[in-house]
Design a protein around this ligand. Structure first.
Ligand SMILES: *[C@@H]1O[C@H](CO)[C@@H](O)[C@H](O)[C@H]1NC(C)=O
Ligand SMILES: *[C@@H]1O[C@H](CO)[C@@H](O)[C@H](O)[C@H]1NC(C)=O
Ligand SMILES: *[C@@H]1O[C@H](CO)[C@@H](O)[C@H](O)[C@H]1NC(C)=O
Ligand SMILES: *[C@@H]1O[C@H](CO)[C@@H](O)[C@H](O)[C@H]1NC(C)=O
Ligand SMILES: *[C@@H]1O[C@H](CO)[C@@H](O)[C@H](O)[C@H]1NC(C)=O
Ligand SMILES: *[C@@H]1O[C@H](CO)[C@@H](O)[C@H](O)[C@H]1NC(C)=O
Ligand SMILES: *[C@@H]1O[C@H](CO)[C@@H](O)[C@H](O)[C@H]1NC(C)=O
Length: 415
């Protein structure tokens, strides 16, 4: 409470100073180049339908202070949330449909992410579809990214009649199409980004994970010419060592070497960024990187009992800046460095740092409320936390917020 107050007060002082500054800046830029300042404020025009001067100027302040969407808190809001109903989403996955699989406490659906210093614009499916007209938005990565893709098509679903949308899966690529808009929202399965022995979109549970060095083209040719790319790759790397292959999976003379995971991750990121630098159209493609999605597998992390995990949790974590032991800052650092370098080379790439906001949501995982691949044994049933999924997220839920933030960025691009 005290620290929130501190933040607010210093923000007020900050706002007053910026306000004065912006008024003078606005005065001069409007005189100089009115059209430019108008077009630059277009993202904030989403915030309200009814523009009044004070609000617009406030938004200008927010924009100019580079509002940090990733720093904030979760607030109860059953007026505007959830953004869609679980059962109304045609494309809902049984892995994420917590209500369908017996979750009674639905409080996880009524939380809105409130950044401290600004508001997230309300998601507007029509506005996004307009923006995506004749374009491809492609999510590339693992099952967390797939969950975010499903969230996005659920967010768009209700504004499209059944005859004007389709979904098709062919191998690693799933394509949702908004026919009238000639827009696609796609997901491509590549959990390690580069080639690996986990690339089969269905059967990817392998006892030993192997990545193939400097090999990404097999995947990348499906997404290189997309207009918007959303990547993630994190959880599949979470083990101390990784086996790396020099050679191909098909030939028998490949060389295998066990490397420290961070080394392998760095190598994969380099292969990925080299590809982007050379093959992606710098002036056309907008790239986003979703930072690591936290897990809630260790109750000790938030002051719970040892052996406890997200099972049975119904409350968010209230501790400011809570950071679980599962989220590896070293991996984040590697991503940050890689992306800074790409930005220096003129690529349009942005990290969406959703780790912190998701850390607070220990109650928002499917836990035991999802479809089980195999019938549970009596032993499992007697210890539910043993099979609880504390990795993925229920929908509607946390990934909707990631997409609202993504939406804000996509909407403000000049495409
Ligand atoms: C929202 O929550 C409040 C307080 O719990 C409750 O009184 C109200 O009926 C709820 N409104 C909706 C639309 O669910
Ligand atoms: C959503 O966006 C569309 C297209 O830009 C616009 O016509 C509509 O008024 C917006 N809806 C709301 C509720 O803001
Ligand atoms: C439809 O969208 C694709 C990109 O996804 C584009 O290449 C194609 O030109 C578009 N078609 C029309 C008729 O604009
Ligand atoms: C599926 O993808 C493969 C490889 O890209 C392609 O050859 C094939 O025609 C596709 N099948 C369908 C039904 O689209
Ligand atoms: C890159 O994209 C821009 C904007 O869409 C386009 O004008 C240009 O021709 C593209 N360049 C190449 C090499 O395809
Ligand atoms: C889970 O929560 C319910 C309701 O609060 C409680 O009755 C039950 O004992 C809890 N189970 C475990 C294993 O903590
Ligand atoms: C993401 O946010 C966390 C917590 O606020 C911060 O510690 C970290 O440095 C940020 N990472 C990046 C890449 O911005």
């Amino acid at each position: 409470m005290a620290s929130t107050w501190g933040v607010r007060t210093s923000f007020q002082v900050f706002t007053i100073i910026l306000f004065a500054f912006v008024i003078s800046v606005l005065y001069f830029t409007t005189k100089e180049d009115g059209s430019r300042s108008r077009s630059r404020s277009s993202p904030s025009s989403l915030l309200t339908e009814n523009h009044n001067v004070v609000r617009d100027t406030m938004e200008e302040v927010e924009r100019m202070s580079g509002c940090d969407y990733f720093s904030g808190k979760w607030v109860f809001d059953n007026q505007t949330y959830p953004l869609y109903k679980e059962k109304d989403c045609t494309f809902m996955s049984d892995q994420l449909a917590c209500q369908k699989f017996g979750r009674k406490d639905l409080s996880y659906q009524y939380l809105r992410w409130q950044p401290y210093h600004c508001n997230l614009p309300r998601f507007n499916a029509t506005a996004l579809l307009e923006k995506l007209r004749n374009k491809r938005l492609v999510y590339v990565g693992d099952s967390l990214n797939r969950g975010q893709w499903i969230s996005m098509i659920c967010l768009l679903d209700s504004s499209l009649p059944p005859s004007l949308k389709s979904i098709n899966t062919n191998g690693s690529l799933s394509v949702f199409k908004a026919i009238e808009y000639n827009a696609t929202v796609e997901f491509y399965w590549a959990p390690m980004l580069i080639e690996s022995n986990s690339d089969d979109p269905v059967n990817h549970r392998v006892p030993e994970r192997i990545v193939r060095t400097q090999a990404i083209e097999k995947h990348a040719r499906y997404w290189t010419d997309a207009d918007f790319l959303v990547f993630d790759s994190y959880l599949w790397w979470k083990r101390p060592f990784m086996k790396v292959l020099w050679g191909t999976f098909e030939s028998s003379d490949g060389i295998y070497k066990k490397v420290e995971m961070l080394k392998g991750y760095e190598m994969a990121l380099r292969t990925w960024s080299d590809w982007l630098e050379i093959h992606v159209n710098h002036s056309k493609t907008h790239i986003f990187w979703m930072s690591m999605s936290p897990t809630h597998e260790r109750g000790e992390d938030w002051g719970g009992v040892t052996g406890q995990n997200c099972y049975n949790e119904t409350q968010t974590i209230k501790k400011n800046d809570y950071w679980g032991s599962g989220s590896d800052p070293n991996m984040m650092k590697l991503v940050e460095t890689t992306i800074e370098n790409l930005n220096k080379k003129g690529l349009n790439i942005q990290i969406l740092n959703i780790t912190q906001l998701s850390e607070y949501r220990k109650e928002a995982h499917p836990s035991v409320h999802r479809k089980q691949w195999e019938p549970l044994t009596n032993e499992q049933l007697s210890n539910p936390s043993g099979y609880a999924d504390c990795i993925h997220w229920c929908l509607p839920g946390v990934p909707d917020t990631w997409n609202e933030i993504l939406y804000t960025y996509i909407y403000s691009t000049s495409l």
